[in-house]
Each structure stands twice: as structure tokens, then as C-alpha cells.
Design a protein around this ligand. Structure first.
Ligand SMILES: NC(=O)c1ccc[n+]([C@@H]2O[C@H](COP(=O)([O-])OP(=O)(O)OC[C@H]3O[C@@H](n4cnc5c(N)ncnc54)[C@H](O)[C@@H]3O)[C@@H](O)[C@H]2O)c1
Length: 310
């Protein structure tokens, strides 16, 4: 845990008022990423409003957040039950939920969008939010593969729009990529960087380019690993062993593909290929397409390049 995070936790336990760069946070989308982002923001003293399309999905997100918080509390407070309960209660008290996107942004300092990776759905959402939110509210998208400027294009606040790209699982992964478009103002960028630090994340900055830093390097790497397999150069297992023991990577490319989801990787590659057809690094492979069409999506479907216990 960083010095900053530790201080944030300490400040809360003494219930002192904190001077946060962006205090009121709205997270839209309570799936895998959104619930993690909402949890971490509430844990670090922000007032969080989580938005989903239905009450059952909000209940599911809240239940996932509680389970994840219990794990954090167990690790943080060990067997100190009172401290643990206090931490859970204070964090959950800072978390509100709603199914109304327009109501959720009335007092928001920042909105983080973590809904489906579909430009049209994101545009519809941001158009509505742009009407409902105060002028000063910063908008951010957690998109993995779309252009931030393209998402922002439907709003009248392009200077108050940027990317905050978190990693899964959000409560565990330390990195936050902060993306500034050519129109993101210095003030917006500085506040997003400050906010990232308040969340206890290590921030890095990247321009609004496909995949930012991590996915721009990882996705073509996974694509090339699949092409190696297609050519019959080596088996998936041997390629994974090679990259773990030879390059010191914690997972091999096929283990990573199964973890991320073959459909997600193919979707990213397809999108980039359509936009940049001349770039050979973004060429989707036939093997990947075939596996996805057979429903072999990786860990989530029980089989990808490997078989998994469900
Ligand atoms: N999964 C990852 O590892 C990962 C990592 C970084 C970024 N991302 C990005 O984060 C975003 C979300 O990904 P995810 O994996 O959490 O997806 P997910 O499918 O787990 O969750 C998306 C949620 O958004 C909700 N939603 C859809 N439209 C909505 C709307 N208009 N208003 C409110 N909620 C809405 C859905 O009901 C769903 O629960 C995507 O843009 C993705 O590219 C994903």
C-alpha cells in the first residue's frame, strides 16, 4: 500500500474532512470494471453514485462490491473486527446507487463511464449526461479500445473530457492510464492525475492512441502468439512456458488470452483493423475468429486455448 493510500485510510478512521480534487464521483456501468472503480473511489473517501440500467443489476453490483470490500478489510485489519466493520460501514455509506443517469450527475465533480464497449451506446449516454451535468463536471471514459476524442465528440465539453483506463481487477491492479486528447485542458488533466493518486493508483499519461500503452503492446503481442500457433511454430503450452520462463512474464500469451476473453481480444483487433487496415499488427487471425465462433471464449466459457473448470 502506498504512503498516500495509507494516509487516506488514516484520515478516514479519524473522520477528518479531506480535501479531495474531485469529491463527488459518478460511475456509470456496474459490471466488472464499474463496480471495481466505484469500490475503490468509495474506499478512498469519495462520495460515489453508481448507475446501472436496472435495480437487479445494481443489487448484483452492490453485492460484488461488498464481497470485494470484505476481502480488502480482512487483509487490512486482519482480526480487528471493530476496525473492519467501521471501514466497511464508512465505505458503503459513501456509495449510492440509481438507475437514472441524469439524476446521478447533478452534483458530480467527475463522471466515469464503464458501460459496454460500443460507440453508439456511449454516445447516447454522454449526450444525455452532457445536458444534465453541471458545466464544471469532468467526463471520463474507461474504454479499452475506442478513441476518447471520438467518444467526446458528441458533447460540448471536449476540454473537460479525458480517459481514465483502469485494469481488472480494479481494487488490485495499481496502474491507471490517464488519457488526454488534443482538446483536454491542463486543468482537467491535472485534476484527473490528482484523482488517480487519491485512488491510490500509479498514474501514467498517454495520448489518445489505439489501446493507449498497455493494450497497444499486449494485443498485437497476443495476436502474434496466435499466428505462431497457426503456423505450427510451437504449441500454445510451449509458447506460454517460453514467455514465463524466458521473458519473466507472469502469464503466457495464451493464458492471458483465456483470462481476458478471446471475444474481447477479437473485438478490439477487429475495431482497430477496420480503422487502420494497413497496420499488420492489428490483423485478426482466422484461428481466433474460429474459436470465438465456436463459443470458445476462454475462462468465462470454460474453454479457450485451454480447458478450464467452471
Ligand atoms: N474487462 C476489462 O478487463 C476492462 C479493462 C479496462 C477497461 N474496460 C472497459 O470498461 C468498459 C466496461 O467493461 P466491463 O468489462 O466492466 O463490462 P461489463 O459487461 O462487465 O459491464 C458493463 C455494464 O454496463 C452496463 N450498462 C450498459 N449500458 C449502460 C447504460 N447506458 N447505463 C448504465 N449502465 C449501462 C451493463 O448493464 C453492464 O453491467 C468497456 O468500455 C471496456 O472496454 C474493460
Amino acid at each position: 500500500m502506498s504512503f498516500l493510500t495509507l494516509n487516506i485510510f488514516r484520515s478516514f478512521s479519524s473522520s477528518s474532512v479531506m480535501n479531495l480534487a474531485l469529491k463527488n464521483v459518478t460511475v456509470v456501468g456496474g459490471g466488472l470494471m464499474g463496480s471495481g472503480i466505484a469500490q475503490v473511489a468509495a474506499q478512498t473517501g469519495h462520495n460515489v453514485t453508481l448507475v446501472e440500467v436496472s435495480q437487479p443489476l445494481l443489487d448484483k453490483a452492490t453485492s460484488n462490491i461488498k464481497k470485494s470490500l470484505e476481502r480488502v478489510a480482512k487483509k487490512k485489519f486482519n482480526d480487528k473486527a471493530q476496525d473492519s466493520e467501521k471501514f466497511m460501514k464508512e465505505t458503503l455509506d459513501r456509495l449510492k446507487t440509481t438507475t437514472s443517469p441524469s439524476d446521478s450527475v447533478k452534483e458530480a465533480d467527475i463522471v466515469i463511464e464503464a458501460i459496454v464497449e460500443n460507440i453508439k451506446v456511449k454516445h447516447d449516454l454522454f449526450k444525455a449526461l452532457d445536458q444534465a451535468a453541471p458545466k464544471s463536471t469532468i467526463f471520463a471514459s474507461n474504454t479499452s479500445s475506442l478513441s476518447i476524442a471520438e467518444i467526446a465528440s458528441v458533447t460540448n465539453r471536449k476540454d473537460r473530457f479525458g480517459g481514465l483506463h483502469f485494469f481488472n481487477p480494479v481494487p488490485v491492479m495499481k496502474l491507471l492510464e490517464v488519457i488526454r486528447t488534443s482538446e483536454t485542458s491542463d486543468d482537467t488533466y491535472n485534476k484527473m492525475m490528482e484523482f488517480g493518486k487519491e485512488l491510490g493508483k500509479q498514474t501514467i499519461t498517454c495520448k489518445d492512441t489505439p489501446g493507449f500503452v498497455v493494450n497497444r503492446l499486449l494485443v498485437p503481442y497476443m495476436g502474434e502468439a496466435v499466428r505462431m500457433l497457426e503456423r505450427g511454430d510451437a504449441t500454445a503450452r510451449d509458447i506460454d512456458i517460453a514467455m514465463k520462463l524466458g521473458a519473466g512474464y507472469p502469464m503466457g500469451p495464451f493464458e492471458l488470452l483465456d483470462y481476458v476473453g478471446l471475444d474481447t481480444t477479437l473485438f478490439i483487433l477487429d475495431g482497430w483493423h477496420e480503422k487502420y487496415p494497413e497496420n499488420p499488427l492489428f490483423k485478426p487471425s482466422e484461428m481466433l475468429k474460429k474459436l470465438v465462433s465456436e463459443g470458445k471464449l476462454g475462462m468465462k466459457s470454460g474453454e479457450g486455448f485451454y480447458k478450464h473448470k467452471k
